[in-house]
Design a protein around this ligand. Structure first.
Ligand code: S3P
Length: 430
């Protein structure tokens, strides 16, 4: 008897948006009074931000999906190193926050984070007047902030982390900053500043922050939408199924983040955005997804910032598409939680797909052969989840080197994937 085709069905809710969760915690810690945050991501990266902020004197309740209370405070010198774990966003944005404070603090992180470039942030912060002692282009490093001067900066990379670090330095140092980027990166910091009435605007394509007379940050209440970067794995699993329909509820659809949906449509996938609404200045929708046959596409350099974290799962989809897919100018993937450019290509090859990195481009050739083989996740959450999705296709036998890294951004991932009706997900060591 032929095996039963895999059908998807039901309703799932992805966890809170990681980028927004970091930012609202930092702003609430800097605000006067008590803030209430609902729907925060409970993943390890956000816990790293909360831990670091507590070391600096903020009072933050236990990080959970329901409401978390934060009492802002004047930040004070930490008694120990600030360990940012695996979280690049914690390290880079907090460097901006501390650039405007008068004490010294040393940042460190896990082995992956210590290897990631920090000069992209320390350079502009030094130009603003922060005193930063670093021994290479990474952590650990020590920052002593203080009296800053304003900055007009053309960033060589389209990075929301660089942009946000400079905006936070402008905010805490009470100085104006103007930032240009080669392509527009995610704009959550700008939206939050606008929502809180902090002097942010756009001028001739540049992002401008100008402190106002009273630059106290008001305490606030805010719902955090679900993370499209996490929802992308569920959407991909549904597209690769053979029948049914999946509803992914409460997903942030900020246009600076929706490149995954745009490219998926171009490949032949169907995702309806229903029940469009606003949550704390961010657009939110429910996503209705059906399986579809896919075709290869070309993803341009300008699109990359809008889907930078979704390249691994899009590459997995491309491996099941008719024809070839190329991702242009994805060199930034080399400096994410792992060398994603090389590892996506190597892991696709390990399960029988033709894929390679040519210069800064990633090429993937679609195939109908069932994927079979062992995948090295390098403890990178997005690699683990992308290849787990590939493991749900008919006839697949995908073994992951580990699964626990998913807790960085999506602690309930394997349960949710099972809930969608995934016949079988990739197996692997715990
Ligand atoms: C993030 C920005 C992106 C993204 C990261 C989160 C943020 O990094 O890859 O997962 O919250 O600002 P870059 O801005 O460095 O590309």
């Amino acid at each position: 008897m032929a095996p039963k085709a895999r059908r998807v069905g039901g309703v799932v809710r992805p966890p809170g948006d990681k980028s927004i969760s970091h930012r609202v915690l930092m702003l609430a810690a800097l605000a006067r009074g008590k803030s209430e945050l609902a729907g925060l991501l409970t993943g390890a990266d956000v816990k790293s931000t909360a831990r670091v902020l507590r070391q600096l004197g903020a009072e933050i309740g236990t990080i959970r999906d329901s409401t978390v209370q934060v009492s802002g405070a004047r930040l004070t010198a930490p008694g120990a190193r600030l360990n940012c774990g695996n979280s690049g966003t914690t390290a880079r944005l907090m460097l901006g926050v501390l650039a405007g404070q008068t004490f010294a603090a040393t940042f460190t992180g896990d082995a992956s984070l210590r290897r990631r470039p920090m000069r992209r942030v320390t350079e502009p912060l030094k130009q603003m007047g922060a005193d930063i002692k670093e021994s290479g282009d990474g952590l650990p490093l020590t920052i002593r902030g203080g009296t800053l001067r304003g900055l007009t900066y053309a960033s060589p990379v389209a990075s929301a982390q660089v942009k946000s670090a400079i905006l936070f330095a402008g905010l805490t140092g009470k100085v104006p900053v103007t930032i240009r980027e080669p392509y527009r990166s995610r704009d959550h910091t700008e939206r939050l500043f606008a929502h809180l009435g902090l002097g942010i605007h756009e001028r001739n394509g540049a992002i401008v922050y100008e402190p106002s007379g009273h630059s106290n940050i008001p305490s606030f209440q805010l719902p955090v939408p679900g993370d499209l970067s996490s929802a992308a794995f569920l959407v991909a699993a549904a597209v690769l199924a053979e029948g049914g329909e999946l509803l992914v509820e409460n997903v942030g659809v900020n246009p600076t983040r929706t490149g995954f949906l745009v490219v998926l449509e171009r490949m032949g996938g169907h995702v309806d955005r229903v029940n469009l609404r606003d949550a704390g200045g961010e657009p939110v929708a429910d996503l209705l997804v059906r399986p579809a046959p896919l075709r290869g596409t070309e993803v341009s350099a300008a699109e990359i910032p809008t889907l930078v974290d979704e390249v691994p799962v899009l590459a997995v989809l491309a491996s099941r598409a008719r024809g070839a897919t190329v991702f242009r100018e994805v060199g930034e993937l080399r400096v994410k939680e792992s060398n994603r450019l090389e590892l996506v290509a190597a892991n696709l090859r390990a399960v029988g797909v033709r894929a390679d990195a040519q210069g800064n481009d990633l090429h993937v050739e679609g195939t109908e052969k069932p994927p079979r083989g062992r995948v090295e996740t390098a403890s990178d959450h997005r690699l683990a989840m992308s290849f787990a999705v590939l493991g749900t296709v008919e006839g697949a036998d995908v073994k992951l080197s580990e699964r626990k890294s998913v807790a960085i951004s999506y602690p309930g991932f394997f349960d949710d994937l099972r809930k969608t009706g995934a016949r079988r997900t990739a197996h692997g060591a715990r």
